[in-house]
Design a protein. Sequence first.
Length: 70
Amino acid sequence: MEVEHSGTVFSFDSEGVDIQYEGHEFRMRAEVIARAADKEYLDVTDHEVARMVDTDIELESPPKRIGDHL
């Protein structure tokens, strides 16, 4: 699943997410995301991950649960 919020691109897969943010590319592992959200990785939404990257990010679309799109 690939989602874009305010120019930041999130590419989700079963092992984590590749992120393109302000000219930087990095990967967040599923375990890190699950621990930060205090829930199973597949139950985390794209909005929650976006807020982990930038607390002030503009989120225009409805949140999508990672597990629903993998």
